[in-house]
Design a protein around this ligand. Structure first.
Ligand code: ADP
Ligand code: ASP
Ligand code: MG
Length: 442
């Protein structure tokens, strides 16, 4: 079994959906196809949900109509036979009415609303494939994506539910299902967070012990820097699981931060491919190390730095434990840490419990908080062993760097900068690392 995931732009128009069909048809064997919502649709649903909460019914009606027309137009463009068209429209409108109904229910959650985008698209896509002769079975991901803990999904639970779903459904070579959605521990609809369809694909991949997971998107693989901010980035043909996990966790938008973890220990490779140029090699993420040295740079925004300055206690044993316990109690992960004789600086990205954390830290010293920072992450097998690594710090001549983490792992050097300086930092590092080649690049 293979798992193929197609992102928002890959299913964003009738033309690209035809490409997707060709990609699926060209591959032999059983596959589970995971689809996102059409590009822009999840954002619209988020807007609709907040307009409902603000009681702005004019905006709600206008946005709902836009969504409805967009999907009816897609059916019109994709489906030829009038009978299939009528049936698909009727099934879509039934789902659309469920969305309208749920918006009228004050108890409905945002997740239950925003996951309709995937339900709409998967229904239309499955009918289109069928009409084109790609016999398939549409699976409702809510029947098996039982994921209580987003950070640490129990693959065995998904496996058990997926197995019984597959036994109940018509056996086929192609199954189509929705990304993004999950069922939480209270059996409510929730999500795997924005961009989560990549993660759906690897969770399913692990659950069926797939031969491989393919992630089809709008770019020819993992680039060595963020192409949205840096010109002349290039695609990498190979990344190890560790390198890809680090880059995804530290902001590379091409992969949801947790995508790699379900498949890493099971040694299931991930291929990143471009729906619009399927012949391009793309990137293979696997356990095989392909050379050592620098691979890529990424940046993660929305970082808050917290400094705790205490001239009394820092060196006393047990002090760091007390600080970390505060973060642990409030379920907040720490990304970067640096210490000095009198202060500890650390960063978090989840600020939901920041007020409570600061209240409790207050007794340990003087606290300074800086929001709107970005972590820039330089990744590559053994990157810190390069004799020229120190030259990275020439960056400090051009830009203020708030924190540096070096040596935590041999594969990663992280820098914390004000988000205002992020683009300049990415560009300067790109110049030094990939154009002047101050380090060995693989
Ligand atoms: P999808 O809708 O298919 O999930 P995304 O928009 O989530 O696609 O991810 C693909 C986009 O990620 C690319 O178009 C690119 O702009 C952006 N991106 C950011 N960093 C990288 C990187 N290092 N390599 C490739 N793409 C990147
Ligand atoms: N449609 C969802 C989003 O926009 C999930 C995804 O595209 O991966 O976040
Ligand atoms: Mg994505």
């Amino acid at each position: 079994m293979k798992v193929l995931k197609f992102g928002g732009t890959s299913v964003g128009s009738s033309e690209s959906i035809r490409n997707v069909k060709n990609i699926i048809r060209a591959q032999k064997g059983r596959k589970i196809v995971v689809v996102s919502a059409m590009s822009g649709v999840t954002n619209k649903l988020v807007e609709i949900f907040s307009a409902v909460n603000e009681g702005n019914s004019e905006v709600v009606d206008a946005l709902l109509l836009e969504l409805k027309l967009k999907h009816l137009q897609l059916i019109e463009e994709l489906i030829i036979s009038s009978e299939t068209k009528r049936m698909t429209e009727a099934q879509f409108l039934e789902l659309y009415e469920q969305l309208e109904e749920s918006l009228g229910n004050t108890a409905v959650s945002e997740a239950a609303v925003v996951t309709f985008g995937e339900s709409f698209l998967s229904l239309i896509f499955s009918q289109f494939l069928e009409e084109e002769g790609v016999s398939n079975t549409l699976l409702d991901a809510k029947n098996f994506m039982h994921v209580s803990n987003v950070e640490n999904p129990e693959i065995e639970t998904v496996q058990k539910h997926l197995k019984s779903t597959l036994q109940r459904e018509v056996t086929n070579e192609v199954y189509v299902t929705q990304g993004f959605v999950r069922i939480d521990r209270n059996k409510n609809i929730s999500t795997l967070k924005r961009g989560g369809s990549d993660y759906t694909a690897t969770i399913i991949g692990a659950a069926v012990n797939a031969k491989e997971v393919q992630i089809w998107t709008d770019i020819d693989g993992f680039h060595n820097n963020d192409p949205r901010f840096v010109e002349s980035t290039t695609a990498l043909t190979h990344l190890s699981f560790e390198e890809a996990a680090e880059l995804a966790y530290f902001g590379a938008k091409i992969l949801h931060p947790q995508t790699v973890s379900p498949v890493k220990d099971r040694n299931i490779p991930i291929y990143l491919k471009n729906t619009f140029t399927p012949a391009a090699p793309g990137t293979c993420i696997s356990s095989e190390a392909h050379g050592s040295g620098l691979k890529a740079i990424s940046a993660k925004d929305g970082i808050t730095a917290i400094k705790i300055k205490s001239n009394r206690m820092l060196m006393a044993h047990g002090f760091l434990k007390k600080i970390f316990d505060v973060f642990d109690k409030h379920e907040t992960a720490i990304d970067m840490i640096t210490t000095s004789e009198i202060a500890i600086s650390l960063t978090i990205d989840d600020t939901r419990n920041l007020d409570k954390i600061l209240y409790e830290l207050d007794e340990y010293g003087e606290i300074t908080v800086d929001s709107d920072h970005s972590i820039i992450c330089v990744v590559g097998e053994g990157v810190i062993n390069d004799h020229e690594t120190f030259r990275l710090f020439e960056l400090l001549n051009d830009l203020p760097v708030r924190m540096i983490s070096y040596g935590g792992s041999s594969n990663n050097i992280s820098l914390l900068v004000d988000t205002q300086n992020k683009v300049q930092a990415l560009q300067l590092l790109h110049q030094k690392l990939f154009e002047d080649k101050i380090l060995k690049v693989t």
